[in-house]
Write a protein that binds this ligand. Structure first.
Ligand code: GPV
Length: 834
């Protein structure tokens, strides 16, 4: 009033000013401004990247406004904050997603059009941050989206890898890896918080002494100290103001550290140490569900966990709270065991840096963490060689020994001293070399433990974690995975989105159960036609991309049979390719045979050191070369390996799928999330009773799901009785022919050495029971063939698949975590009044 300003005017300036307005005009102005003042260009000389950057900064301004409002809101009164610790975030491109969540997609399309450029063209320019391997990293990204959309205060913590997951190229049918230099053109979505950094100690030794109060103490004298610098990416919810933070740590050399070496004239040593420090956040390990036990990986895990906990403690204390009430400010979720060293680090911080006694420190720690398990595969359960662990984290080893001593003391009575049980519960594994069991540490130090699908949680309780379940049944629960419909429907399938919304409104985007409103149109011929028209259009789009990327012509009218995911023996891409070979042989034996034309699309990366997985890629491509070019086939079969599967490519592939391949050995896939994305986009599933397939089938109805194969129980029984693949091979003519062709070099220019290892594994020591499921799979595929011929019925089944997928929104998953585990509520953020 003193300054003669009207209160309403002030608010207007803040909410919808020329800089952050959401209209076509203000957006246009903002893009032009940024082109000039940020990129230093004018239209005639601006590149596509200049325009992309100009738009990205325009969008970021609008998000920053909401981000600041969120931070202010959260500080107004005390709220428990969810802290998600994950070594991986597979975010995918930001631009289009942010436009959707801001609700300005259409406006931006118009604004760019008026500037003479196409929005699609700019969206395609973005290089996605591939800071994850597969499902686990993508789940973290979906959960960040849902937390913000549900208006829950949350921080995601992780590592800002300079090089994310490698780029895959295919040469002569083989996978070739190239580095992913995703930051080369800068990253408009992050804000470097140079002032926010923490020191992290590594290596060295301990000094033990008794302090003035007679307390026994361990002083950690590190070999090296690195600095973690925060890089923040705002995560905006869908059509809400809530904007949470993804805080990723970059490792650097501390300012001071080279001082002495420089003075001593040891320039090389100083520069070398700088490289060692920067190495910690240099590259993502490309191993999905395999352990490789390398020192740098442990250092990475500890690095980001230590920065994150120091950061959280700072936030907690700055609110004027006492350290022993930490768990009232944060609930910390461990995304698998990759960040499980947090439990030991929390103890160290509380004991050594904040001077709490053991029992108080343990009370805080064991009420702070919750652990999600994402696999039953024994090779993926993290174990650290004890000596290696000690060489990196000597103080943590001491703490883990003490946690273990107290834990085993407590449980010995409860298990009546059963040595078998004690051995299985112990945090330390014995053998030729001792090792640390990270899953056990996670179980002992967490107040909640969950699996990621109903079957997976049941198997966890019965197998891998059964002794922990017997001790603490109340800690266990299931939280079936979900995926965000914003990215996986609205963004990737706008045509389907429009069609759905024209019938049931757009409430389903936030309340996915509302998709059930589509059921009443499942038999409507007009709607079926519109539905299948969208599908055909998406298939034409993908066909165009396939042609561009691989040179292969595919027929959009053929059935698109799709398996896209990491390449793994347990996911059984080779079972799929055996089906392709079987169909091919049927055509060769009877060229006039009546089969539904199919396009088989495979995509996925193999870990660079996983020989058999790489050989599976080669096999797919080799079979493709023969099948795609054999005139007898008359284009009825096409096999495509689409290179460099990532979020960007996935968004183009899911909408085009008719059939979704979810064919893992029962009991091996913890949940799967691609299965959900495909079914939501109207694909029918052919699958085993594994992971979330079980629940998808329950929801869509067994008549709308192609089930085959052994159950998890049958798999376990066959294995215990001794699986004999050779018998299946001898007794199945089609299987025998296919295998003989692979091994004799039919698909490899008569070179009978190429696939030797793969053939040997399948015939003699296959852990994944391919041959045991072969006949059942083929028969099921024959049913798919029949079903596809009935266009009306297929359309109906496809519509019902989408209509009944409401459960699989990550909003539902996150709601369950909030209620059952984190005990947090939503905190709506208003832009006015800030
Ligand atoms: I552990 N998963 C993954 O992608 N990487 C890993 O290192 C581990 C698990 C996956 C599981 O394989 C999927 O079944 C699951 O859907 C996904 O994690 C998310 O829970």
């Amino acid at each position: 009033e003193d300054r003669g300003l009207d209160q309403n005017e002030v608010q207007n300036v803040l909410v919808e000013d020329a800089r952050t307005g959401l209209t076509v005009e203000t957006l246009k102005k903002a893009i032009q401004n940024n082109l000039f003042y940020v990129q230093g260009k004018y239209p005639e000389i601006a590149t596509r990247n200049d325009y992309y950057m100009a738009l990205a900064y325009a969008v970021r301004d609008r998000i920053l406004q909401r981000w600041v409002a969120s931070v202010k809101q959260y500080l107004q009164e005390k709220h428990r904050i969810v802290s998600y610790l994950s070594a991986e975030y597979l975010l995918g491109p930001h631009l289009a997603n942010n436009l959707i969540n801001l609700g300005i997609y259409k406006e931006t399309e118009q604004a760019t059009k008026e500037l003479g450029i196409s929005l699609d063209w700019l969206i395609e320019k973005e290089v996605e941050p591939g800071l994850g391997n597969g499902g686990l990293g993508r789940l973290a990204a979906c959960y960040m989206d849902s937390l913000a959309t549900l208006e829950v205060p949350a921080i995601g913590y992780g590592i800002r890898y300079q090089f994310g997951i490698f780029e895959q190229d295919i040469r002569d049918g083989w996978q070739v890896e190239d580095t992913d230099n995703w930051l080369r053109r800068g990253n408009p979505w992050e804000i470097a918080r140079r002032e926010l950094s923490y020191d992290v100690k590594l290596g060295g030794y301990l000094q033990h002494y008794t302090d003035r109060d007679g307390k026994f103490r361990s002083k950690w004298i590190p070999e090296l100290t690195v600095k973690g610098v925060a890089y923040d990416t705002p995560i905006l919810g869908y059509k809400v103001n809530t904007t949470n933070t993804l805080r990723l740590w970059k490792s650097e050399a501390p300012r001071s550290f080279d001082f002495q070496s420089f003075n001593a004239g040891d320039y090389n040593f100083a520069v070398n140490q700088k490289i060692v420090c920067e190495n910690l956040s240099k590259v993502l390990y490309p191993n999905d569900e395999t352990l490789n036990g390398k020192k740098l990986r442990l250092q990475q895990q500890y690095f980001f966990v230590s920065c994150s906990l120091q950061d959280m403690i700072g936030i907690h204390l700055r609110q004027g709270e006492k350290i022993e009430d930490f768990q009232s400010t944060f609930s910390v979720q461990l995304n698998d065991t990759h960040p499980a060293v947090a439990i030991a680090e929390m103890m160290r911080l509380l004991l050594d840096e904040h001077d709490l006694d053991w029992s108080t420190a343990w009370r805080v720690t064991s009420r702070t963490f919750a652990y999600t398990n994402h696999t039953l595969l024994p090779e993926a359960l993290e174990k650290w060689d004890l000596e290696l662990f000690q060489s990196v984290l000597p103080r943590h080893l001491e703490i883990i020994y003490e946690i273990n001593r107290r834990f085993l003391d407590e449980v010995t009575v409860r298990v009546y001293g059963d040595p078998e049980k004690i051995r299985s519960l112990s945090l330390i594994g014995e053998g030729p070399r001792k090792y640390i069991k990270m899953a056990n540490l996670a179980c002992v130090g967490s107040y909640a433990i969950n699996g990621v699908a109903a079957l997976h949680t049941e198997l966890l309780k019965k197998t891998v974690l059964k002794d922990f379940y017997a001790l603490y049944p109340e800690k266990f629960s299931n939280k079936t995975n979900g995926v965000t419909p914003r990215r996986w429907m609205v963004l990737s399938n706008p045509k389907l989105t429009e069609l759905i919304s024209s019938k049931i409104g757009d409430g389903w985007i936030k309340h996915l159960e509302e998709l059930s409103g589509l059921e009443k149109f499942a038999d409507d011929p007009d709607f079926q036609k519109q539905w299948m028209d969208v599908k055909l259009e998406m298939k034409k789009n993908l066909a165009r991309k396939i042609k561009n990327r691989t040179g292969i012509d595919v027929n959009p009218e053929s059935m698109f049979d799709i398996q896209v995911k990491r390449i793994h023996e347990y996911k059984r891409q080779h079972l799929n390719i055996l089906h392709v070979i079987t169909l091919y042989n049927r055509i060769k034996q009877n060229p006039e045979i009546d089969i539904v034309p199919r396009t088989f699309v495979f995509a996925g990366k193999a870990a660079p050191g996983y020989k058999l997985a790489k050989l599976m890629i080669k096999l797919i491509n080799s079979v493709g070369d023969i099948v795609n070019n054999d005139p007898d086939v008359k284009d009825r079969l096409k096999v495509v390996f689409y290179p460099n599967y990532n979020v960007t490519n996935a968004q183009k592939i899911y909408p085009a799928a008719d059939l979704s391949e979810q064919i893992s050995t029962a009991g091996k896939e913890a949940s799967g999330t691609g299965n959900m994305k495909l079914s939501m986009n109207g694909a029918l599933t052919i699958g085993t009773l594994d992971g979330a397939n079980v629940e998808i089938r329950e929801c869509v109805g067994e008549e709308n799901f192609f089930l085959f194969g052994l159950t998890a129980e049958e798999v376990a029984r066959i294995k215990s009785e001794g699986y004999n693949p050779y018998g299946y091979y001898q007794n199945n003519a089609e299987l025998k022919l296919a295998m003989d062709q692979i091994s004799s070099g039919y698909f490899s220019h008569l070179d009978d050495t190429v696939f030797k290892d793969l053939v040997k594994s399948l015939l003699y020591d296959d852990q994944f029971l391919l041959f045991a499921d072969y006949q059942s799979y083929i028969e099921c595929q024959d049913k798919v063939d029949v079903a596809y011929r009935d266009k009306v019925k297929w359309a109906k089944m496809s519509i019902l698949n989408t209509a009944r997928m409401g459960k699989f929104s990550s909003d539902r998953s996150i709601q369950e975590y909030c209620e059952d585990i984190w005990k947090v509520k939503s905190v709506p953020v208003s832009l006015n009044g800030n």
